[in-house]
Design a protein around this ligand. Structure first.
Ligand code: 7PJ
Length: 355
Protein backbone atom coordinates (compact mmCIF):
# COMPACT_ATOMS: atom_id res chain seq x y z
CA UNK A 1 0.00 0.00 0.00
CA UNK A 2 3.04 2.27 -0.06
CA UNK A 3 1.82 4.15 -3.12
CA UNK A 4 -1.87 4.26 -2.26
CA UNK A 5 -3.36 7.72 -2.25
CA UNK A 6 -4.11 9.16 1.19
CA UNK A 7 -7.02 11.28 2.30
CA UNK A 8 -7.63 12.62 5.78
CA UNK A 9 -11.04 13.54 7.15
CA UNK A 10 -10.80 15.46 10.44
CA UNK A 11 -13.55 14.66 12.96
CA UNK A 12 -14.25 15.37 16.61
CA UNK A 13 -14.23 19.16 16.53
CA UNK A 14 -13.59 21.55 19.38
CA UNK A 15 -14.27 25.28 19.40
CA UNK A 16 -13.20 28.50 21.12
CA UNK A 17 -10.99 28.37 24.22
CA UNK A 18 -11.47 24.60 24.44
CA UNK A 19 -9.91 24.21 21.00
CA UNK A 20 -6.93 26.39 21.87
CA UNK A 21 -6.38 24.61 25.20
CA UNK A 22 -6.61 21.16 23.60
CA UNK A 23 -4.13 22.13 20.85
CA UNK A 24 -1.71 23.52 23.46
CA UNK A 25 -2.05 20.26 25.43
CA UNK A 26 -1.43 18.29 22.21
CA UNK A 27 -4.80 16.58 22.54
CA UNK A 28 -6.03 18.07 19.26
CA UNK A 29 -4.71 19.65 16.06
CA UNK A 30 -5.70 22.99 14.53
CA UNK A 31 -7.99 22.96 11.47
CA UNK A 32 -6.75 25.23 8.68
CA UNK A 33 -6.41 28.35 10.80
CA UNK A 34 -10.15 28.43 11.51
CA UNK A 35 -9.86 28.46 15.30
CA UNK A 36 -11.43 24.98 15.28
CA UNK A 37 -9.45 21.93 16.47
CA UNK A 38 -9.94 18.25 15.67
CA UNK A 39 -9.32 15.38 18.04
CA UNK A 40 -9.21 12.56 15.49
CA UNK A 41 -9.38 11.90 11.77
CA UNK A 42 -10.46 9.21 9.40
CA UNK A 43 -7.47 8.07 7.37
CA UNK A 44 -8.61 6.92 3.94
CA UNK A 45 -6.22 4.97 1.77
CA UNK A 46 -6.62 3.92 -1.85
CA UNK A 47 -8.91 4.61 -4.80
CA UNK A 48 -12.51 5.86 -4.43
CA UNK A 49 -13.97 2.44 -5.32
CA UNK A 50 -11.90 0.42 -2.87
CA UNK A 51 -10.60 2.76 -0.19
CA UNK A 52 -9.64 1.44 3.24
CA UNK A 53 -10.64 3.54 6.23
CA UNK A 54 -9.58 3.75 9.83
CA UNK A 55 -9.88 6.27 12.63
CA UNK A 56 -6.81 7.71 14.28
CA UNK A 57 -6.52 10.06 17.25
CA UNK A 58 -4.81 13.37 16.48
CA UNK A 59 -1.93 12.55 18.81
CA UNK A 60 -1.13 9.46 16.80
CA UNK A 61 -1.39 11.37 13.51
CA UNK A 62 1.02 14.00 14.77
CA UNK A 63 3.57 11.30 15.69
CA UNK A 64 3.41 9.47 12.35
CA UNK A 65 6.68 9.18 10.42
CA UNK A 66 4.92 8.55 7.10
CA UNK A 67 6.08 11.40 4.82
CA UNK A 68 2.88 11.48 2.74
CA UNK A 69 0.74 11.61 5.85
CA UNK A 70 2.91 14.36 7.33
CA UNK A 71 2.51 16.44 4.17
CA UNK A 72 -1.25 15.93 4.09
CA UNK A 73 -1.51 16.76 7.78
CA UNK A 74 0.39 19.98 7.16
CA UNK A 75 -2.11 20.94 4.46
CA UNK A 76 -5.03 20.25 6.79
CA UNK A 77 -3.62 22.11 9.78
CA UNK A 78 -1.82 25.12 8.25
CA UNK A 79 -3.45 28.54 8.59
CA UNK A 80 -4.62 29.88 5.25
CA UNK A 81 -3.21 33.19 4.00
CA UNK A 82 -5.78 35.93 3.37
CA UNK A 83 -7.91 35.32 0.26
CA UNK A 84 -8.37 38.34 -2.03
CA UNK A 85 -7.13 40.44 0.87
CA UNK A 86 -9.64 38.98 3.35
CA UNK A 87 -8.53 37.28 6.57
CA UNK A 88 -9.83 33.73 6.97
CA UNK A 89 -9.75 33.39 10.74
CA UNK A 90 -13.57 33.52 10.85
CA UNK A 91 -16.07 32.44 8.15
CA UNK A 92 -16.62 35.02 5.43
CA UNK A 93 -20.00 35.68 3.90
CA UNK A 94 -20.36 36.03 0.14
CA UNK A 95 -23.69 37.61 -0.82
CA UNK A 96 -25.29 36.66 -4.12
CA UNK A 97 -26.24 39.31 -6.66
CA UNK A 98 -27.97 37.77 -9.66
CA UNK A 99 -28.31 39.94 -12.73
CA UNK A 100 -30.25 37.32 -14.61
CA UNK A 101 -33.85 37.35 -15.79
CA UNK A 102 -34.13 33.58 -15.27
CA UNK A 103 -32.28 32.81 -12.04
CA UNK A 104 -34.13 30.19 -10.03
CA UNK A 105 -34.61 31.92 -6.71
CA UNK A 106 -34.76 35.66 -7.26
CA UNK A 107 -34.63 35.86 -11.05
CA UNK A 108 -36.44 38.82 -12.40
CA UNK A 109 -36.33 40.67 -9.10
CA UNK A 110 -32.92 42.22 -9.51
CA UNK A 111 -32.72 42.14 -13.24
CA UNK A 112 -32.13 45.80 -13.79
CA UNK A 113 -28.80 47.46 -13.23
CA UNK A 114 -30.21 49.87 -10.71
CA UNK A 115 -31.83 47.21 -8.58
CA UNK A 116 -28.75 45.00 -8.65
CA UNK A 117 -26.56 47.87 -7.45
CA UNK A 118 -28.97 48.68 -4.62
CA UNK A 119 -29.17 45.00 -3.71
CA UNK A 120 -25.37 44.66 -3.61
CA UNK A 121 -25.08 47.74 -1.39
CA UNK A 122 -27.71 46.27 0.96
CA UNK A 123 -25.80 42.99 1.15
CA UNK A 124 -22.57 44.87 1.92
CA UNK A 125 -24.19 46.87 4.70
CA UNK A 126 -25.76 43.67 6.07
CA UNK A 127 -22.22 42.34 6.53
CA UNK A 128 -21.27 40.65 3.27
CA UNK A 129 -17.48 40.42 3.01
CA UNK A 130 -17.80 39.60 -0.68
CA UNK A 131 -20.55 40.27 -3.22
CA UNK A 132 -20.75 37.79 -6.08
CA UNK A 133 -22.19 39.29 -9.25
CA UNK A 134 -23.42 36.87 -11.90
CA UNK A 135 -25.07 37.40 -15.27
CA UNK A 136 -25.45 33.79 -16.35
CA UNK A 137 -27.75 31.45 -14.48
CA UNK A 138 -26.04 28.10 -14.07
CA UNK A 139 -28.85 26.39 -12.20
CA UNK A 140 -29.76 22.86 -13.29
CA UNK A 141 -31.45 22.87 -16.69
CA UNK A 142 -30.44 26.43 -17.63
CA UNK A 143 -29.27 27.51 -21.07
CA UNK A 144 -25.94 29.22 -21.74
CA UNK A 145 -25.86 33.00 -22.22
CA UNK A 146 -24.00 34.77 -25.03
CA UNK A 147 -20.91 36.72 -24.07
CA UNK A 148 -22.29 40.12 -25.18
CA UNK A 149 -25.50 39.60 -23.25
CA UNK A 150 -23.62 38.56 -20.11
CA UNK A 151 -21.25 41.54 -20.35
CA UNK A 152 -24.13 43.96 -20.82
CA UNK A 153 -25.79 42.56 -17.70
CA UNK A 154 -22.84 42.58 -15.31
CA UNK A 155 -20.54 45.42 -16.40
CA UNK A 156 -22.88 48.34 -15.59
CA UNK A 157 -23.49 46.74 -12.20
CA UNK A 158 -19.77 46.33 -11.47
CA UNK A 159 -19.14 49.92 -12.52
CA UNK A 160 -21.93 51.04 -10.21
CA UNK A 161 -20.28 49.21 -7.32
CA UNK A 162 -17.01 51.17 -7.38
CA UNK A 163 -16.26 52.20 -3.80
CA UNK A 164 -18.48 49.51 -2.27
CA UNK A 165 -17.26 48.32 1.13
CA UNK A 166 -17.05 44.67 0.05
CA UNK A 167 -14.79 42.67 -2.21
CA UNK A 168 -16.29 42.12 -5.65
CA UNK A 169 -16.49 38.67 -7.19
CA UNK A 170 -17.62 37.86 -10.72
CA UNK A 171 -19.56 34.61 -11.18
CA UNK A 172 -18.81 33.62 -14.76
CA UNK A 173 -17.46 30.82 -16.94
CA UNK A 174 -16.05 33.24 -19.54
CA UNK A 175 -12.53 34.65 -19.66
CA UNK A 176 -13.61 37.85 -21.44
CA UNK A 177 -16.19 38.56 -18.74
CA UNK A 178 -13.61 37.94 -16.02
CA UNK A 179 -11.08 40.23 -17.71
CA UNK A 180 -13.65 43.03 -18.11
CA UNK A 181 -14.79 42.53 -14.52
CA UNK A 182 -11.20 42.79 -13.27
CA UNK A 183 -10.85 46.13 -15.06
CA UNK A 184 -14.05 47.26 -13.33
CA UNK A 185 -12.61 46.34 -9.92
CA UNK A 186 -13.50 42.69 -9.34
CA UNK A 187 -10.91 40.77 -7.31
CA UNK A 188 -12.36 37.25 -7.51
CA UNK A 189 -13.15 35.04 -10.52
CA UNK A 190 -15.81 32.58 -9.31
CA UNK A 191 -16.15 29.87 -11.93
CA UNK A 192 -18.58 26.95 -11.58
CA UNK A 193 -16.55 25.18 -14.29
CA UNK A 194 -13.26 25.53 -12.35
CA UNK A 195 -11.69 27.37 -15.31
CA UNK A 196 -12.47 24.58 -17.78
CA UNK A 197 -15.37 26.05 -19.79
CA UNK A 198 -13.26 28.66 -21.59
CA UNK A 199 -9.75 27.74 -22.74
CA UNK A 200 -8.57 31.30 -22.00
CA UNK A 201 -9.76 31.37 -18.38
CA UNK A 202 -6.58 30.13 -16.68
CA UNK A 203 -4.52 32.76 -18.51
CA UNK A 204 -7.13 35.46 -17.86
CA UNK A 205 -7.05 34.80 -14.11
CA UNK A 206 -3.25 34.71 -14.00
CA UNK A 207 -2.79 37.86 -16.09
CA UNK A 208 -5.45 39.88 -14.28
CA UNK A 209 -4.12 38.79 -10.87
CA UNK A 210 -7.58 37.56 -9.91
CA UNK A 211 -8.18 35.20 -7.02
CA UNK A 212 -10.15 32.20 -8.25
CA UNK A 213 -12.85 29.94 -6.85
CA UNK A 214 -12.63 26.52 -8.46
CA UNK A 215 -15.93 24.65 -8.18
CA UNK A 216 -16.64 21.00 -8.85
CA UNK A 217 -19.45 20.21 -11.27
CA UNK A 218 -20.23 17.02 -13.11
CA UNK A 219 -21.51 17.79 -16.59
CA UNK A 220 -22.91 21.00 -18.09
CA UNK A 221 -25.73 22.93 -16.35
CA UNK A 222 -28.27 21.85 -18.95
CA UNK A 223 -27.86 18.12 -18.23
CA UNK A 224 -25.91 17.78 -14.98
CA UNK A 225 -28.85 16.51 -12.91
CA UNK A 226 -29.57 13.65 -15.35
CA UNK A 227 -28.55 10.65 -13.25
CA UNK A 228 -25.12 11.69 -11.90
CA UNK A 229 -23.07 8.76 -10.52
CA UNK A 230 -20.01 8.44 -8.30
CA UNK A 231 -18.19 5.57 -6.61
CA UNK A 232 -17.40 7.90 -3.71
CA UNK A 233 -18.58 11.45 -4.20
CA UNK A 234 -16.35 13.08 -1.56
CA UNK A 235 -13.14 11.42 -2.77
CA UNK A 236 -13.94 12.10 -6.43
CA UNK A 237 -14.72 15.75 -5.76
CA UNK A 238 -11.42 15.94 -3.84
CA UNK A 239 -9.49 14.42 -6.77
CA UNK A 240 -11.11 16.76 -9.29
CA UNK A 241 -10.44 19.87 -7.22
CA UNK A 242 -6.86 18.76 -6.57
CA UNK A 243 -6.32 18.46 -10.35
CA UNK A 244 -7.85 21.87 -11.00
CA UNK A 245 -5.71 23.49 -8.28
CA UNK A 246 -2.64 21.94 -9.94
CA UNK A 247 -3.76 23.24 -13.36
CA UNK A 248 -4.29 26.72 -11.92
CA UNK A 249 -0.86 26.73 -10.28
CA UNK A 250 0.74 25.47 -13.50
CA UNK A 251 -0.88 28.40 -15.32
CA UNK A 252 0.78 30.86 -12.93
CA UNK A 253 -2.01 31.41 -10.41
CA UNK A 254 -0.48 31.65 -6.97
CA UNK A 255 -1.77 29.06 -4.50
CA UNK A 256 -2.71 31.89 -2.14
CA UNK A 257 -5.14 33.06 -4.84
CA UNK A 258 -7.06 29.78 -5.04
CA UNK A 259 -10.17 28.58 -3.18
CA UNK A 260 -12.10 25.35 -3.77
CA UNK A 261 -15.81 24.53 -3.69
CA UNK A 262 -17.57 21.12 -3.78
CA UNK A 263 -20.36 22.56 -5.96
CA UNK A 264 -23.51 21.71 -4.03
CA UNK A 265 -26.24 20.69 -6.48
CA UNK A 266 -24.02 20.66 -9.56
CA UNK A 267 -24.36 17.12 -10.87
CA UNK A 268 -25.28 15.64 -7.47
CA UNK A 269 -28.32 13.79 -6.17
CA UNK A 270 -29.67 14.47 -2.70
CA UNK A 271 -27.60 11.57 -1.32
CA UNK A 272 -24.46 12.88 -3.04
CA UNK A 273 -25.01 16.34 -1.59
CA UNK A 274 -25.56 15.04 1.92
CA UNK A 275 -22.50 12.78 1.71
CA UNK A 276 -20.41 15.76 0.58
CA UNK A 277 -21.67 17.96 3.39
CA UNK A 278 -21.06 15.28 6.03
CA UNK A 279 -17.52 14.75 4.70
CA UNK A 280 -16.70 18.38 4.03
CA UNK A 281 -13.67 18.48 6.33
CA UNK A 282 -11.93 16.02 3.97
CA UNK A 283 -11.52 18.88 1.51
CA UNK A 284 -9.19 20.79 3.88
CA UNK A 285 -6.59 18.35 2.63
CA UNK A 286 -6.58 20.41 -0.58
CA UNK A 287 -4.70 23.04 1.40
CA UNK A 288 -6.80 25.98 0.20
CA UNK A 289 -9.82 27.83 1.61
CA UNK A 290 -13.18 26.12 1.11
CA UNK A 291 -16.33 27.80 -0.13
CA UNK A 292 -19.76 26.25 0.30
CA UNK A 293 -22.76 27.49 -1.67
CA UNK A 294 -25.86 25.70 -0.45
CA UNK A 295 -28.23 28.64 -0.03
CA UNK A 296 -31.84 27.90 -1.07
CA UNK A 297 -30.79 24.88 -3.09
CA UNK A 298 -33.18 22.09 -3.92
CA UNK A 299 -31.62 19.49 -1.61
CA UNK A 300 -33.02 21.50 1.32
CA UNK A 301 -36.57 20.69 0.24
CA UNK A 302 -35.47 17.10 -0.34
CA UNK A 303 -34.52 16.86 3.34
CA UNK A 304 -37.44 18.63 4.97
CA UNK A 305 -39.73 20.56 2.68
CA UNK A 306 -39.47 24.14 1.48
CA UNK A 307 -40.92 23.86 -1.96
CA UNK A 308 -40.06 27.38 -3.09
CA UNK A 309 -36.48 28.64 -2.94
CA UNK A 310 -37.58 31.59 -0.78
CA UNK A 311 -39.03 29.21 1.82
CA UNK A 312 -35.65 27.45 2.26
CA UNK A 313 -34.00 30.11 4.46
CA UNK A 314 -34.06 28.15 7.75
CA UNK A 315 -32.47 25.20 5.97
CA UNK A 316 -29.96 27.57 4.37
CA UNK A 317 -28.89 28.87 7.79
CA UNK A 318 -28.61 25.31 9.08
CA UNK A 319 -26.36 24.16 6.27
CA UNK A 320 -24.24 27.32 6.55
CA UNK A 321 -23.65 26.52 10.24
CA UNK A 322 -22.95 22.85 9.49
CA UNK A 323 -20.32 23.96 6.97
CA UNK A 324 -18.82 26.55 9.34
CA UNK A 325 -18.68 23.88 12.06
CA UNK A 326 -16.31 21.92 9.79
CA UNK A 327 -14.16 24.96 9.10
CA UNK A 328 -15.54 26.14 5.73
CA UNK A 329 -13.99 29.56 5.24
CA UNK A 330 -16.49 31.18 2.82
CA UNK A 331 -20.28 30.80 2.73
CA UNK A 332 -22.14 31.89 -0.42
CA UNK A 333 -25.66 32.96 0.53
CA UNK A 334 -28.71 34.96 -0.53
CA UNK A 335 -29.70 36.25 2.93
CA UNK A 336 -26.59 37.91 4.31
CA UNK A 337 -28.19 39.53 7.38
CA UNK A 338 -29.82 36.28 8.47
CA UNK A 339 -26.68 34.23 7.91
CA UNK A 340 -24.55 36.80 9.74
CA UNK A 341 -26.88 36.59 12.75
CA UNK A 342 -26.97 32.78 12.66
CA UNK A 343 -23.18 32.55 12.45
CA UNK A 344 -22.55 35.12 15.21
CA UNK A 345 -24.96 33.46 17.61
CA UNK A 346 -23.62 29.99 16.83
CA UNK A 347 -20.02 31.20 17.30
CA UNK A 348 -20.83 33.00 20.57
CA UNK A 349 -22.66 29.92 21.82
CA UNK A 350 -19.85 27.46 21.11
CA UNK A 351 -17.22 29.93 22.37
CA UNK A 352 -19.20 30.79 25.48
CA UNK A 353 -18.63 34.50 24.85
CA UNK A 354 -19.47 37.28 22.39
CA UNK A 355 -17.11 38.59 19.71
C1 7PJ B 1 -22.63 28.30 -6.85
C2 7PJ B 1 -21.95 29.27 -7.56
C3 7PJ B 1 -21.93 27.54 -5.86
C4 7PJ B 1 -20.00 28.83 -6.43
C5 7PJ B 1 -23.98 29.19 -8.26
C6 7PJ B 1 -27.14 29.06 -7.13
C7 7PJ B 1 -26.70 28.57 -8.48
N1 7PJ B 1 -20.64 29.55 -7.36
N2 7PJ B 1 -22.81 29.81 -8.44
N3 7PJ B 1 -20.62 27.85 -5.70
N4 7PJ B 1 -23.92 28.28 -7.28
N5 7PJ B 1 -18.70 29.07 -6.21
O1 7PJ B 1 -26.77 30.11 -6.64
O2 7PJ B 1 -27.97 28.33 -6.55
O3 7PJ B 1 -22.44 26.64 -5.20
S1 7PJ B 1 -25.39 29.57 -9.20
Amino acid sequence: MADAKLYLRPIGFLYGDTAATAVAARLALPLAGSGIAFTAAELIEGAPRSAKRRLMPSQELARSRDADLAQLLKRVTAPRPPFAGLSLTRPLIMGIVNVTPDSFSDGGMFDTTEEAIVHAAELASAGADIVDVGGESTRPGSDAVEEDEELSRVLPVLEGLAGLHATISIDTRKASVARAAAKAGAKIFNDVSALTFDRDSLAAAAEAGLSVILMHAKGAPKTMQDDPRYDDVALEVFDYLEDRIAAAEAAGIDRAHIAADPGIGFGKTLDHTLALLANLSLLHGLGVPLLVGASRKRFISGVSGGETPQSREPGSYAVALAAAAQGAQILRVHDVAGTRQALSVWQASVDGKGA
